[in-house]
Design a protein around this ligand. Structure first.
Ligand SMILES: [Zn+2]
Length: 263
């Protein structure tokens, strides 16, 4: 017997249960390695049996298999300054992945309830709590317009920006996917703008995606794609509006234009 009671053995793999282990129901235990093979959401281990854990691991494994089938048809970037995508979408299957985190979990677009943008003005969580979080809620069925470009309060410096996607109950038990959209090395104004544009891109995409779902139901992927495809002229007009609002630069607009018109 050691100082903190008897040594525990993992009821799944038979390995040692160290500091990062969990007690299951009955006299069973789970090691940290085996926990990593479970779904990522909060789990109430104390009420779970070995059987429950095995079932949960099957769900997690099936999700990892989805990742192998994942075909990104759309990538989102935190402004033009980030060279790595922060969000992948597979429109055919209706899935998305947190590319910024790169954890490989696959979520359903249909499970999304709302999304918001949050900015931090402190790197210290406690201090941020005192200051209060700055949040913009984007619930397309509730707010008709996307909020205007957020302003960082005078004297404050932006230290982080997140696109937070809220999910309805799902098999992974995850209620929130937080995506870091902060490029982090430009001036405040550019950082806010880049982060905002990224959230705006996702907002626009979801509007189209939901419109396609509504009019075409769960039709074939091909029909959904056609319905959600926006008229390029209309899209350019919208983007030009963003230039006038000071959100997009002329350069960024030109780049988008080339992309849209495929010239
Ligand atoms: Zn184990």
């Amino acid at each position: 017997m050691g100082l903190f009671g008897p040594k525990k053995t993992c009821s799944i793999c038979g390995g040692k249960v160290g500091f990062f282990g969990y007690d299951l129901s009955g006299n069973d235990h789970l090691c940290g390695n085996c926990r990593d093979k479970c779904t990522p959401g909060q789990l109430d281990f104390a009420s779970m049996s070995v059987d429950d854990i095995r079932k949960n691991m099957e769900v997690a494994e099936a999700n990892k298999a989805k990742a192998d089938d994942f075909q990104a048809t759309k990538e989102f970037y935190a402004g033009s300054h980030f060279d790595k995508p922060i969000l992948f979408v597979d429109e055919e299957n209706g899935w998305f992945m947190n590319a910024a985190k790169g954890d490989g979990w696959v979520y359903n677009l249909d499970d999304i309830t709302y999304y918001n943008m949050r900015i931090n003005t402190s790197r210290n969580e406690e201090e941020q709590k005192e200051k209060g979080f700055l949040e913009w809620l984007f619930e397309p069925d509730f707010y008709s317009d996307f909020p205007e470009l957020p302003k960082v309060p005078d004297g404050e410096k932006l230290t982080g920006a997140y696109l937070t996607i809220r999910l309805a109950e799902n098999e992974l038990g995850v209620d929130e996917v937080e995506i870091d959209v902060f490029p982090g090395f430009f001036t405040d104004e550019n950082d806010v703008r880049s982060s905002y544009l990224c959230c705006h891109d996702f907002y626009t995409f979801m509007q189209d995606y939901r419109a396609g779902q509504r009019s075409g139901g769960r039709g074939t992927a091909a029909s959904r794609k056609d319905e959600s495809k926006e008229d390029p002229v209309e899209l350019l007009k919208k983007l030009h509006g963003l230039v006038e609002a000071g959100i997009l630069t002329q350069e960024e607009f030109e780049a988008k234009k080339k992309q849209i018109l495929e010239i």
